[in-house]
Design a binder for this molecule. Sequence first.
Ligand code: IMP
Length: 851
Amino acid sequence: MQMPYKQTARTTTGVVPPTEKKKGSKLFALKTDFLKNDEDSIQKGILDHVEYTLARTKYNFDSFSAYQGSAYSVRDRLIERWNETQQYYTEQDPKRVYYLSMEYLMGRTLQNAVYNMNLKDEYHNALLEFGFELEDLYEEEKDAALGNGGLGRLAACFMDSLATLKYPAWGYGLRYNYGMFEQGIYDGYQTEVPDYWLVAGNPWEIERLDVQYTVRFYGQVVERKTSEGVRHEWEGGELVQAIAYDTPVPGYHTTNTNNIRLWSSKPHKEFDLEAFNGGNYLSAVEAKQRSENITSVLYPNDNTYSGKELRLKQQYFFVAATLCDIVRRYKKSHTDWKEFPNKVAVQLNDTHPTIGVIELFRKLLDEEGLAWDEAWSIVTKTFAYTNHTILPEALEMWPVKLIEDLLPRHMQLIYGINHRFLITVTQKWPDNIEKMRSLSIIQEGEEKKVRMAHLAIVGSHCVNGVAAMHSDLVKHKVFPDFFALFPDKFQNKTNGVTPRRWIQQANPTLSNILNRWLNTDKWVIDLELIKGIKEHMDNPQLIEEWKQMKLINKQRLADFILEHCGIKVNINALFDVHIKRIHEYKRQLLNILSVIHRYLTIKKMSPEERRNVAPRVVIFAGKAAPGYFMAKRHIKLINSVAEVINNDKEVDEHLKVVFIANYNVSVAQVIIPASDINQQISTAGTEASGTSNMKFTMNGSLIIGTLDGANVEIAEEVGQENMFIFGLRTSEIDKAREKMKAKEVVVDSRLQEVFLNIELGTFGAPEVFKPILDSLNYGDFYLTMQDFPLYLDAQEEVDNLWKRPDDWIRKSIINTASTYFFSSDRAMKEYAQQIWGIEPCEVETTDYRRY
Ligand code: IMP
């Protein structure tokens, strides 16, 4: 039930000095009310934007302009809440958290905004009279894909929870002109097309031309003697301008609206007069133009480090502008630097923004004139670092030479910090060169490198992993000496996902079931309530409703597959889903090899036997990094296998294989609610957490997976008997690799048959797949062959359970009921209390209205 709308006079909570008030009295007289949310007002808002913002008329009022007009009118309301919130935070001056992330995978915004602002019905009704369905307009929006995968989507879920929980938080990041590339599939191979996501404008951002900072690169450090000692000044080099773009983040049913501030690079206005006067006008303009490149493109690598200079420039540009903004805000109302860590917490989402540790230190030391120890103490109390991976190829290390060139003062400071840090090391382990070598921030060798993870650990007061098992590996396997040195710094914060987007918005049918059976819709913000659904799992009516819910979602996905892939799938078949970045450690290969085995097995069956086969639709989606040869070959293999199977009439009813191109957040919102099982089959010890596993579980999809990442904790909550857990355990991995090296692995005969078919050309030219088979036969680092028979056993269990539909549904209900712990609300409360030391700051206004 919605409360009737009550309009009251707007009060401004802003701190306005008396003289200003007088000057602006007209301004305040004019702006006294919030926009109304009745149907007429909303319609007028949409039409005004269609006419004045888009300059369109009723003659070209199409679906896209209806989407845009609606988006701009929602944005007006978001801006009101944003202003109200930010003024309130400024007045109250609570400690704030700043979440620094190079990636935000936001997906679409319209649906999320109207749900969170509790305006869905009003917009729905308003648009109906114009001849549009709000739900259709959602589809008009292009995804904002400024991220690669889990890490970027995590940042987006965290932002939603922080606003919903009313924490005073801002996200900072980069506004890439080109987001994650668009994936096409031609002849089974991945192609990449640039994603110029801003082509049709972005109604969700606010350009802040008044918020600009100058960022310096290269140049030199000059020492100047002053009465207080030597001052270091960083001079010369290239200057680039950072411009702020704000995206409001509305909390669920609250006025609190937080902000994500993204920086865009623009040429600095200062001219190099010599170059211009010397007749080099064009090349001087070109040089300026290059500065715009900094925020041109997101690096499309997931879990791999790119050693490119431009990437380091992006990182520094990001943190330099961000820290200017944070320090400016702090200085508006504070003068005592000691108070800084009591007002500011900064979270590093992986090592990507780690140079920010040194940037804040440099500002305090060189610009604010603080002493070394005092400045460093402030820095380390302010920063905290989240580790996202233990894969060696993902650990960032920048050549000293590169940093020296690009950021000369920072390199000096890193040396200084390392020197002091190594003294601490020798105090703990006297005369132990080996310990110093392994812990040093600088890696010695032919090319000296700065280890960003070491810098992040030394410069932070807290280091966390993202799932219990991952945090253990961080402590004991990756950084054991750091753990011995600073045992209190290390924590675990298991990831979470927002139930708003991943249940309520993605799965309205399930959402309605939960509302009715739980007799409340409060589970959306208090996911602990979802446990209650378990009480009804034996009720035949709920079982029936649950079955129907799955069928509705499967039909939606089947329609999507028919439209985008041209493949007709049977919604009564088991939907088996494997969607994530394509990576060897995630083992899409293990899955497709087992699909080949399934195909060969069905082919050998008599028609009688085939009648007993549980029909399956195997669905893959995911992008490979453009330079990742092996992952791209895996995509080709999946598509080649799909081509053969989908055209084989003999297996038509029993097996289909679908690769959905261009996986992104909005596609995930269609796929996840429709899945019966989901594949979380990474080699144990390689996946830090995984978050799609949580989204699937919320939607009642059963995991077939290894005991890796957060699967371990999901198994604790859900119970292993309600999942399909298989495979080598983390503790067995080293031994299994040795066995592989010693060539003691006997290849399962069923896998040999699969290899033989690939080699004989059943799925097209065998030489295309030779590198894949070689990777298994000579190394098999991810232990696909050893896990293969165990995986087939688990698949058999899946098939057997599928033949008992009511038992299946009961397990599905138990899965959904067991997801409280995997809400990002829980995760954010833990970060707030145990790392950041921040409290909710609920906006109080005289006008609140509907919550
Ligand atoms: P910043 O904190 O200076 O970046 O400003 C962000 C937003 O906070 C502004 O756009 C205002 O909405 C609000 N704000 C900033 N300063 C004040 C103030 O002095 N009084 C009330 N609100 C403020």
